[in-house]
Design a protein around this ligand. Structure first.
Ligand SMILES: Nc1ncnc2c1ncn2[C@@H]1O[C@H](COP(=O)(O)OP(=O)(O)OP(=O)(O)O)[C@@H](O)[C@H]1O
Length: 289
């Protein structure tokens, strides 16, 4: 579904250049539900904007659902944004209209595209578990319900890829869990590929894979271990929650490896490591003093 190779994004403002993505590599399979985490300024939103066709990358390769994002003309990019991707933002509900009902809010963007699809709007509200609230005005819905209306709208054009930027950023923990459950449900029921940018570590339990971005590059991945994939109510018996996931460091195209700072600190290593190959493992030691 998504292939990023050596992706670079440089922002130029006056005589200042910011390299927001520094040769990022990422592959996402069709039907994957994955999370992207990283510190503030690490490049998460920049990556999401590239994937959504909202901005153009500076160099590298970027393919989404068969489209080469470097080659699309401006008109093709507009079509791509309308047909291939759906967006969910943190404060999505702010773009909804408080005095219209949930159903009217879902119908409105379809109307603007010249289609009146009352049935489709009902279907979409059903999909996000809100059919019982369809005739309520938006102002009568809770923050979580409003976010679900926004998700219904994001699904209106049957996107192949749903991009969510901090979708649980402005709701409480319980509502956040419900929204993540909804993404999981949509992923399973309609095979939607979902990429969620978040600070919320609880997400690691709900998604197949979490990719960490550091300084504009993918640095490590937390992958749900096989066998843990179907359990919904927590870790397998006798297994700690962390035990259901493996943390992997990522090798870039040139075979370079990023090692988390805290790991280096723990063994007292700074710029050099001793490396040894032992049967089926590679071992890193601090240099001999
Ligand atoms: N339009 C822009 N012009 C100049 N610099 C930008 C622009 N957008 C982002 N940047 C810079 O690019 C870097 C990555 O920003 P980005 O917003 O992608 O980070 P982020 O990981 O999403 O952060 P946050 O979690 O705070 O949203 C930052 O240094 C940011 O200041």
């Amino acid at each position: 579904m998504i292939v990023c190779e050596n992706l670079v994004k440089i922002f130029k403002a006056a005589d200042l250049e910011v390299v927001a993505l520094q040769g990022l590599d990422l592959k996402v399979e069709n039907g994957e539900l994955m999370g992207i985490i990283g510190n503030s300024g690490s490049g998460k939103s920049t990556l999401l904007n590239m994937l959504g066709g909202l901005d153009r990358p500076s160099a590298g390769k970027l393919f989404v659902a068969g489209s080469d994002l470097f080659r699309l003309t401006n008109a093709e990019l507009v079509k791509y944004r309308l047909e291939t991707v759906g967006f969910v933002w943190q404060n999505n509900a702010r773009n909804l209209i408080p005095y219209l009902t949930a159903q009217q809010n879902v119908e409105l963007p379809m109307l603007l595209r010249g289609k009146r699809k009352r049935e489709r709007a009902k279907e979409l509200l059903d999909l996000v578990g809100l059919s019982h609230r369809k005739n309520n005005r938006l102002s009568e819905l809770s923050g979580g319900e409003q976010q679900r209306v926004a998700i219904a709208i994001a699904l209106a054009n049957e996107p192949k890829l749903l991009l969510a930027d901090e979708p649980t950023g402005s709701v409480d923990t319980r509502t956040a869990a419900m929204i993540l459950d909804l993404f999981q449900e949509l992923n399973r029921s309609i095979g939607l590929t979902v990429v969620i940018v978040t600070h919320d570590l609880e997400l690691a339990r709900k998604v197949d894979r979490v990719v960490a971005i550091r300084d504009g590059k993918t640095s490590s991945e937390i992958v749900r271990r096989k066998g843990a994939a179907d359990e919904q109510d927590g870790p397998l018996e006798g297994e700690s929650e962390e035990g259901a996931h493996d943390e992997c460091a990522v090798l870039d195209q040139a075979g370079r490896l990023q090692i988390p700072e805290e790991y280096l600190q723990a063994i007292g290593a700074e710029r050099k490591l001793r490396i040894e190959l032992e049967e089926d493992r590679i071992i890193l030691f601090p240099p001999r003093r």
